[in-house]
Design a protein around this ligand. Structure first.
Ligand code: SDX
Length: 392
């Protein structure tokens, strides 16, 4: 065979590494970051604290958290020439493509982020990316809606500063909306890491060649974009809108999914690991009710989502396949209530997942993991004699 004798498509039964960062139990719907339950972290911690926990392994003391935040703030500028690259994109460019490109482009302005072998070099590259990625994310949005590319305010918290960069009007004061900041902080925590999912495995694979942190993350952003992965949060809202436009008949759509008619997937349902409720979906569903109430937003697609969930949980096709709502099913409803456009939903996922990707990349490098290079089962032609052009 010239390779191996068996393969494992999608690595459904393959462990790629040892990791001490995130623990999942798919049967029981358990998710822990460095041993702490996601329910506790979502309720009691803030996003930057959880980012520190994931990356460095411990909940930070106040001094450690303040230093981490001030090191990040010291790097929260992006070279003005990056705006010229952003200018080159059409307004219609999908923000995930823009973010993957700009994250890669950052290398040119931060060459020290490439050959990071010492822990100190890694730390410097990490705080640079934690600082600049929110700026790029906000700029990708502002470019789409024709607003000036601006900075927030280093006196604000990490998430509050991001919200200001996103929504601050060119004229007039920015009044922080605590409901939005708190809800986004919780959503980012819930998205922060998820062991060896598709995009994290991509970050590890690219990072294993020692290509550098920024391009490894850029590759992770590309992988997350797919509708089977992080792109599902955008696809869920598009699906719910389609059902609403079609008169709100969830049963008809369920039937299409069961008959595997295109687009047969019930977006936001199913998971490779969770064969029970995704614990994040439970928290987000509750948060959706709270946030929409607090913002005084009525969104008919929330009722459609709940109707779809109820019907699926009582339908053998979904129950037999253990298809439950996942992290992407309700998150878009909250983003929308916040005024975040649907094309920015997956960038929000990326903003949340950034510390997890960084933590996994750092662990892979500190453990000196070998370069990723799987084998194959060859199914092509046997040896053939070459034929010159005039004989073909
Ligand atoms: C994320 O891995 C992670 O941890 C990811 C993530 C993270 O935090 O990083 O949790 C984030 O990506 C969540 C998942 C977002 N994706 C979606 O919501 C897209 C819809 N979901 C599916 O595409 C699917 O469920 C996956 C991709 C999530 C998982 O796919 P698997 O494990 O490869 O399962 P499969 O495609 O082999 O399906 C098994 C069966 C099939 O039916 P049969 O062939 O056995 O008859 O279940 C069916 C599938 O057709 N099925 C679905 C379905 N998902 C699976 N049928 C209808 N709707 C769905 N959503």
């Amino acid at each position: 065979t010239g390779g191996v004798t068996t393969i494992d498509p999608g690595y459904k039964n393959t462990g790629s590494c040892e990791s001490a960062i995130t623990f999942l139990n798919g049967e029981e719907g358990i998710l822990r970051y460095r041993g702490y339950a996601i329910e506790d972290l979502a309720d009691k911690a803030d996003f930057l604290e959880v980012a520190y926990l994931l990356i460095f392994g411990e909940l930070p003391s106040k001094e450690q958290l303040d230093k981490f935040h001030s090191d990040i703030k010291a790097q929260s500028h992006v070279d003005e020439d990056v705006k010229k690259i952003l200018d080159g994109f059409p307004k219609s460019a999908h923000p995930m493509g823009v973010l993957s490109s700009l994250t890669s482009a950052l290398v040119a302005f931060n060459p020290s982020s490439v050959n990071v072998d010492s822990e100190e070099d890694m730390y410097n590259a990490i705080v640079r990316l934690m600082a600049k990625f929110p700026v790029l994310t906000a700029w990708a949005y502002r470019k789409r809606v024709g607003l000036p590319l601006d900075y927030g305010d280093d006196n604000l918290g990490y998430v509050d500063n991001f919200v200001k960069m996103m929504f601050k009007k060119p004229s007039g004061e920015y009044t922080p909306n605590k409901v939005i900041v708190d809800a986004l902080d919780k959503l980012l925590i819930l998205h922060a890491d998820h062991e060896q999912n598709c995009s994290t495995s991509t970050v590890r694979m690219v990072g294993s060649s020692h290509a550098g942190l920024f391009v490894s993350i850029s590759a992770g952003i590309a992988a997350l974009w797919g509708p089977l992965h992080g792109g599902a949060n955008q696809a869920v809202i598009e699906m719910l809108e389609a059902i609403k436009e079609d008169g709100g008949d969830t049963h008809k759509f369920m039937q299409k999914a069961k008959d595997k008619q295109d687009p047969f997937r019930l977006m936001g349902f199913g998971h490779r690991v969770y064969k029970n409720f995704d614990p994040r979906a439970k928290i987000i569903k509750k948060s959706a009710d709270d946030v929409l109430d607090a913002l005084g937003v009525e969104d008919p697609v929330l009722d459609i989502a709940k109707g779809l969930e109820k019907e699926a949980l009582e339908d053998n096709y979904f129950v037999d396949r253990k298809l439950y709502p996942n992290v992407d099913f309700y998150s878009g409803i909250i983003y929308r209530a916040m005024g975040i456009p649907v094309e920015m939903f997956t960038p929000m996922f990326a903003l949340g997942r950034l510390p997890g990707w960084i933590a996994q990349w750092r662990e892979m490098r500190l453990r000196k993991e070998p370069i990723g290079r799987p084998r194959q089962v060859y199914i092509g032609e046997n040896h053939r004699e070459f034929k010159s052009l005039d004989k073909r």
